[in-house]
Design a protein around this ligand. Structure first.
Ligand SMILES: Cc1cc2nc3c(=O)[nH]c(=O)nc-3n(C[C@H](O)[C@H](O)[C@H](O)COP(=O)(O)O)c2cc1C
Length: 229
């Protein structure tokens, strides 16, 4: 079966509206992926590490209207909890619950915007794209996430979801019936991971010398990857 990117690229070639930016082999999926280490990622990681906690505002769409709430960032999918990660992604994730509105909203309409204010740095990051829900009936989500992931050999979604659950604090685990807050071997069935697949990233610096806005945009499906403007 062809991925959406392959079909898109084929359509582009057929219509001759665009070239594949000098790459003739559009079947090569590695060229179709979003780069897992885009130019903004290291800077965001470094700035996040200067905060004691990483809360951010996460907005979804409900019945055509915005809906926002505070969430706790867990990190980049595949990389959290490892001293020297071997799986990489450009996608942030948080812990969630299938019974929550935000999960239902993302399933109905995946557009999101996430906003971080990092006071210790003096920067605002605004990330928008499509969110995907891992856990439950997640075959489509896995396919989308795969476009943003470079997994190490042996890496599995199941292990990642288990690891994601075990990153929750005691209070969060309690809501899933894990009353002692301990490490579990089986993920509670209501646990979900919200994975934020970025398309546009903007950084606003309010302190010299990083004053002003940097703007990155994904060109998923094209080898150029992220562009800055
Ligand atoms: C500081 C703070 C951090 C939070 N972190 C999370 C989180 O990581 N995951 C989560 O599901 N809810 C978190 N919440 C709760 C959400 O903001 C929200 O109230 C709840 O998830 C229900 O939202 P919903 O009805 O839009 O799904 C947090 C709330 C606060 C105030």
């Amino acid at each position: 079966m062809h991925s959406i990117n392959q079909i898109t690229c084929l359509a582009l070639q057929l219509t001759n509206s665009f070239t594949c930016f000098g790459f003739n082999n559009c079947d090569n999926l590695t060229q179709m992926k979003s780069p897992v280490n885009p130019p903004w990622k290291e800077q965001l990681k470094e700035e996040l590490s200067r905060q004691p906690v990483n809360f951010f505002t996460f907005a979804t769409v409900k019945d055509g209207k915005p809906r926002a709430r505070t969430l706790t960032l867990k990190g980049f999918l595949g990389e959290t909890g490892a001293e020297m990660p071997t799986t990489f992604s450009d996608s942030l994730f948080v812990g969630a619950d299938s019974r929550q509105d935000k999960v239902q909203e993302v399933l109905a309409s995946p557009a999101f915007e996430a906003v971080f204010w990092l006071p210790n740095v003096g920067s605002q990051w605004r990330i928008r794209g499509e969110a995907a829900v891992l856990g439950g009936d997640d075959a489509v989500a896995r396919e989308k996430i795969t476009q943003h992931l470079q997994p190490a050999e042996g890496w599995t979604f199941e292990d990642e979801i288990l690891k994601g659950f075990n990153t929750l604090d005691k209070g969060q685990k309690y809501k899933f019936g894990v009353t002692d807050g301990g490490v579990v071997g089986v993920v509670p069935k209501e646990f979900r991971m919200l994975v934020l697949l970025p398309q546009v990233v903007e950084r606003l610096g309010i302190k010299p010398p990083e004053l002003g806005i940097k703007h990155y945009e994904a060109r998923i499906g094209y080898p150029v990857g992220w562009v800055e403007s």
